[in-house]
Design a protein around this ligand. Structure first.
Ligand SMILES: [Zn+2]
Length: 122
């Protein structure tokens, strides 16, 4: 896992950049993706952008930093690699996501709400 951190981080940053470009007209891909920005610089870049998708990707960078990336935040099981490739900001495994979408587990939803604040669309 450790060896992969940089490439995972790149995947997250790449997605983050796509979003910044699409919605905010940021067009310095190399700066965002390749220059090993630290989290403070990324925060500066994201300042005043209240955007759930950016928050999600920013949180993914945090998890990379803390070595908890790719682990489901509710059941702590690993999230499969192809899920992460499709959606690098993903923080729930497939089964938790499903339970979450079906509203099966109020406790889980509440936990996610506490982590991400009230803008998670429930
Ligand atoms: Zn899970």
């Amino acid at each position: 896992m450790q060896n992969n951190v940089r490439s995972l981080q790149r995947a997250v940053l790449s997605k983050l950049f796509d979003h910044l470009q699409e919605y905010y007209g940021v067009d310095s891909r190399d700066y965002v993706v390749d220059s090993r920005l630290n989290l403070h610089q990324i925060d500066a870049l994201l300042a005043f952008k209240s955007d759930p998708q950016l928050d999600e990707l920013r949180a993914a960078l945090d998890r990379l930093e803390h070595g908890t990336y790719g682990v489901c935040i509710t059941c702590k099981r690993p999230i499969s690699r192809d899920v992460l490739e499709r959606d690098p900001g993903r923080c729930l495994c497939a089964s938790c996501e499903q339970g979450f979408n079906h509203g099966a587990t109020v406790g889980v939803a509440q936990g996610v709400l506490n982590i991400f604040g009230p803008h998670v669309g429930l």
